[in-house]
Design a protein. Structure first.
Length: 164
């Protein structure tokens, strides 16, 4: 997550952007990078909500196919990339491709926060643990000066469970 090493050469620019009508949610299970099939980790997806602040990346049109191929390989087959309107600082409203997790067998958003926290504590994949993923997500958002109440709430509950 947030690692652009595989896309860095294609990024033309990046700016803070707001997606209205959606918010972050740890509602997608990772069975490779942060967890396994036996112990999946909750990872970020989106759900309906007020708004979500993040980073919009601009790529050259000629690189679109390469970029999508990299994203699909990295994010897995459980995402689609519909076009949605976002508001980009200094530019205004534009259409952007948005990685949106499907509501398929990878979707865990109907599980209670308690159950997703338990999953997080047991998960470990090739990139680290479920706790590492949540911590890394929160840290990156803080570095970007983005306050996300849903991430903060999940982290706060996770910390309480870790302390016992």
């Amino acid at each position: 997550m947030w690692d652009l090493d595989d896309l860095e050469e294609y990024v033309k620019s990046q700016k803070t952007a707001t997606l209205f009508g959606m918010r972050r949610d740890f509602n997608k299970k990772s069975t490779r990078n942060w967890g396994t099939k036996e112990n999946p980790a909750p990872t970020l997806g989106l759900k309906r909500g007020r708004s979500c602040i993040g980073i919009a990346f601009e790529f050259e049109d000629k690189d679109q196919e390469k970029v999508f191929k990299i994203l699909m390989n990295r994010e897995g087959r459980h995402f689609t990339y519909p076009q949605k309107k976002i508001h980009v600082e200094e530019i205004g409203e534009i259409e952007a491709f948005l990685p949106y997790n499907k509501r398929d067998k990878s979707f865990i958003g109907k599980k209670s926060i308690k159950r997703r926290i338990e999953m997080c504590l047991m998960a470990r994949g090739i990139d680290g643990s479920g706790v590492d993923y949540i911590r890394n997500t929160r840290t990156k958002l803080i570095e970007l000066n983005i306050v996300d109440n849903d991430v903060e709430t999940f982290w706060s509950v996770l910390e309480k469970y870790q302390k016992g």
